[in-house]
Design a protein around this ligand. Structure first.
Ligand code: CAA
Length: 253
């Protein structure tokens, strides 16, 4: 796919990887429909995209709510006369040990709320947005691309029972969609970033981050633009389908 002139939806477009991908794609001539809950952050991303000459618009929508997602994608489809790509990037962490015990006593457990919040946004949000984007692509006979942002944590990571489960889930959904949607000319893929220099990673417990940083063979955090470039590679490479690109500086064992 030639990115120039295409309409790409990015969830969680207000900050972090979402903003970096939006600006990168804007510089490649894409139109951007950016979804987030934070108006101020969205407006800042939209302004940066516009500066690059892109038609970029902000949409406030909770990706975990079915009705909101259905009407948001219908609006985007109408505003841009079609959707060519979706990056399912909106994601949250609620890190906690599964069970914390000391001297035979249970000190704490990951709460149901911590589990559910992460599942709602990362997994249900990806399901709903992927479904609606693909529906509009099919209706307009667009040979679109769906990208799910997974994580190195899909392999399992201490403190991330909830997040790891969702990130394995979104990688599996991309494979499923690639198989189901190929008949409509739609491709699907995933990216599994490692530890990237974003707000999400910098909000980690400093000791935990320092420990992980010391284990990255590349000896540094990844740059958001490196993930944006990976997403562009997927869009631009028509034979790439149903696979997950691991961008973690060699950290995964
Ligand atoms: N491996 C093994 N043991 C670990 C561990 C690890 N990676 N991390 C913590 N532990 C152990 C600690 O050593 C400690 O053991 P002791 O009691 O024997 O000292 C025990 O678990 C409790 O650890 P904490 O004191 O840290 O417990 P806490 O309740 O204060 O915090 C936590 C728990 C929130 C999970 C914290 O350890 C943490 O933040 N860990 C990092 C989680 C992480 O990697 N998050 C990634 C966020 S960025 C992201 O998600 C983006 C992406 O896609 C990668």
């Amino acid at each position: 796919m030639d990115i120039k002139g295409k309409t790409i939806v990015i969830t969680g477009g207000g900050q972090g990887l979402g903003r970096a991908m939006a600006v990168y794609f804007a510089n490649k001539g894409a139109n951007l429909a950016l979804i987030d809950l934070n108006q101020e952050a969205l407006d800042a991303t939209v302004a940066q995209c516009k500066e690059a000459g892109s038609d970029a618009r902000a949409y406030i929508c909770n990706v975990a709510e079915e009705d909101a997602v259905v009407s948001c994608f219908a609006q985007i489809d109408q505003d841009f006369e079609g959707i060519d790509g979706l990056i399912n990037n909106a994601g949250i962490t609620r890190d906690a040990l599964f069970i914390k015990a000391k001297n035979g006593e249970i000190k704490s457990k990951m709460s149901f709320k911590q589990w559910q919040q992460v599942v709602d946004v990362n997994l249900t949000g990806t399901f709903l947005c992927g479904r609606e984007a693909a529906s509009h692509m099919i209706l307009r006979e667009k040979k679109g691309v769906l990208i799910n942002i997974s994580s190195i944590s899909k392999e399992g990571n201490v403190g991330q029972t909830n997040y790891s489960a969702t990130k394995a889930g979104v990688a599996a959904m991309a494979v499923t969609w690639a198989k189901e949607l190929a008949r409509y000319g739609i491709r699907a893929a995933a990216i599994a970033p490692g530890f990237i220099a974003t707000e999400m990673v910098s909000s980690m417990k400093p000791e935990a981050l320092a420990k992980i940083q010391g284990m990255i063979p590349a000896n540094r955090l990844g740059e958001p633009e490196e993930i944006a470039r990976t997403a562009a590679y997927i869009f631009e490479t028509d034979y790439f389908n149903g696979r997950c690109i691991e961008m973690d500086g060699g950290l995964r064992v």
